[in-house]
Each structure stands twice: as C-alpha cells, then as structure tokens.
Design a protein around this ligand. Sequence first.
Ligand code: TXA
Ligand code: MG
Length: 355
Amino acid sequence: MNTRVWHLQQDEESNRQDIEEAAACLKEGKTVAFPTETVYGLGADARNTDAVAKIFTAKGRPSDNPLIVHIASTTQLLQLVKPWGELADRLMKRFWPGALTIVLPVKEGAVSALVTAGLDTLGVRMPQHRTALRLIESSGCPVAAPSANRSGRPSPTLAAHVAEDLSGSIDGLVDDGPAGVGLESTVIEIVEGLSGEAIRILRPGGVTREELQKLGHILEESDPAGSIGPEAAPRSPGMKYRHYAPRGSVRVVDGEPKHVQAHIRRELAAASIRGERTGVLAFEEHAGRYEADLVLSCGSLSDIRSAAHGLYAALREFDTQGIELIWAEACRAEGIGAAYMNRLIKAASNQLQHV
Ligand code: TXA
Ligand code: MG
C-alpha cells in the first residue's frame, strides 16, 4: 500500500486542501495518521468496522484492546455515549479540548464493536490540536485512533516516527510537526462510590492527578469503593501489554541521586567489559557523569514536562544506534512525572530497581 503524506506548511489555503483530502480518506473508510497534542494517532471512522479493522492490522494490535474515539464537539458525543453525570460534565468543561480520555457507557450500535473490544463502555476525548480538530470536523466521523506506532513500540511524537513504524501499512499521514505533551492522554472512568461519583485513573497521562483532584475525589487502589470484583467495570485493557518499549532492554533506577549514579556507572563498566552497547537516559543535571555508547537527556529534573516531551524520541534513538542495554534515571511520580515514570517502567517490563 502506498502511504500518502501531507506535509502541512505555513500556507493556510494549502493546509486547508490537505486536511480536506485527509478527511475525505477517513470518510471513505481509509486509515490516516494525524498529530494531536499528546502523540500522533492512527485514525479511522469509528462506525466502519472494515476501516477500524485496518487499524488493528497495521499496528499488529491485540483485538481485546479498545480504541479511544476522538471528537471535535460535544454534539458528536451525544450520538456516541449514554447521558453522562455531573462529574463527567465538569471534567469535560475543564479539560476538553485536552489530554483527558473519559470512559463512559456507550450507546448501543454507535460505533463498531471492534472499537470497544466488546466492552459496554467507550473511551472518548476531544484533542487540543487545531489540525486534529479540523480533520475530525471535516470528516464528519467520530475518529477511532490509538497511538500511531506498531504495537509495543514507543508512541510517535513526530510524523517521522509514524513513517518508521507504519509506512506502507496505512493510507495516509498528516505531518504537522512535533506532538505537544509527548505522552498519551490520561484515561479515567467515573465510579459511583459510597459518597457519590468519583474518578478512577486507568492510565496516568497529560492531565495530572493533581489537576483532576481539584474537580473530584480520586479513588485510590486501597479505597474500598475502588476495589473491583469480577462484575465490576473493566480496567484499561491496554495496560496489561508490554508497551512503549525500545528494542534494547531498559532498567529504571530509583534512589538518592548519588547512589543511582554510582550504581549505573558500575553497571556500565561491567557491561562494557562484556562488550555490550550501552545507553543512559539521564536528567540534564547528571548527563555528564556517565560514559556509555549513548547518553541522552531529554530535560531537566526541574522541568519534567520537557523530559516527558522527549521521552519517546529518546527511546527510539537508542534503537537507531543499536543500544542493547539502557539505564534510565527515575524521577518523582508527581504531576506529569507520574505518567513519565509509568511509561518508563512499562518500557522496562515493569522492573524498577531501588538502590
Ligand atoms: O493521547 C492519547 O490517548 C493517544 C492519542 C492518539 O489520542 N491515543 C492513545 O491510544 O494513546 P492507545 O490506543 O494507544 O491507548 C488507549 C488506552 C489503552 O490503554 C486502552 O486499553 C484504553 O485507552 N481504553 C480505551 N477504551 C477503553 C475503555 N472503554 N475502557 C477502558 N480502557 C479503555
Ligand atoms: Mg498506544
């Protein structure tokens, strides 16, 4: 398959034409990758089963992992999900458009059963990205879109990453420069607790726990109202898969900075004796302290947002340079740091070393 690429430029008129062409592809049941403020997504008309099936095939995605549907207006939402409560309403008003996916009871028959993977809920979000919104609006479709990477690879934050993974397997790609946050949206569901509605975070992401807390109670894992039995609402199925991983093996190291550095330096020395190609993902403040085949830093400890923005590109760069073993410094799991650590630990197949 030939993947058509639209490179958006400064020129408004040619952008408009490009977006209309891409939207026409979506309408026809084709797959089109596009930028959002989190990462690039691979879109298709959520109502069209053949179109949605192409997403799963192109990504090599397990069919039990549901897709997020992207909308451009709340009018569109009325056709997709059942009437929602007050908390969901407040969250939408505060965070949409934005990096928050809300899981709500789906209206029967509103989208292809492939999108929900057989669940009776639908994850929905309105992206805060002009091109994404124009594309969705102009297509007139609810747009199902997972991250536009091959399953298991780091999510794409540049059109070049999408091309690297999916060129030849998708119909189109709208290149509009780097994505914003660099990590995916926060996925939440609304739970009826003893004291009313509450939020359960299924996947940390661009909207932080601290921000959500201002609008509603967040259920903790230990919260009795938050415990789930076999009958209870499904958790985010995607979280069980190895995710976000480069080809090299990743080790995340947490602890006092001095101890972390000493540990990584020792391990580097041992690995270099074994002849392995080594890499370190360090915060800017410490990057100079390591000797490895590739030391990358995507930001300062005092600015985890910028580190988050560069994380996936860095993981891909280790691959490009054939790095076999990667040590990564941990940060505090606060604010956007919670999502950063979540993705890093997943890249490390759930291993976190405390030193
Ligand atoms: O930022 C994002 O969310 C990006 C951009 C493209 O919008 N999309 C994205 O999609 O990250 P994906 O498919 O890579 O991740 C979607 C996550 C998965 O963990 C999936 O299991 C979960 O959302 N999810 C989707 N629908 C769900 C549902 N009905 N119930 C629970 N979890 C759901
Ligand atoms: Mg993904």
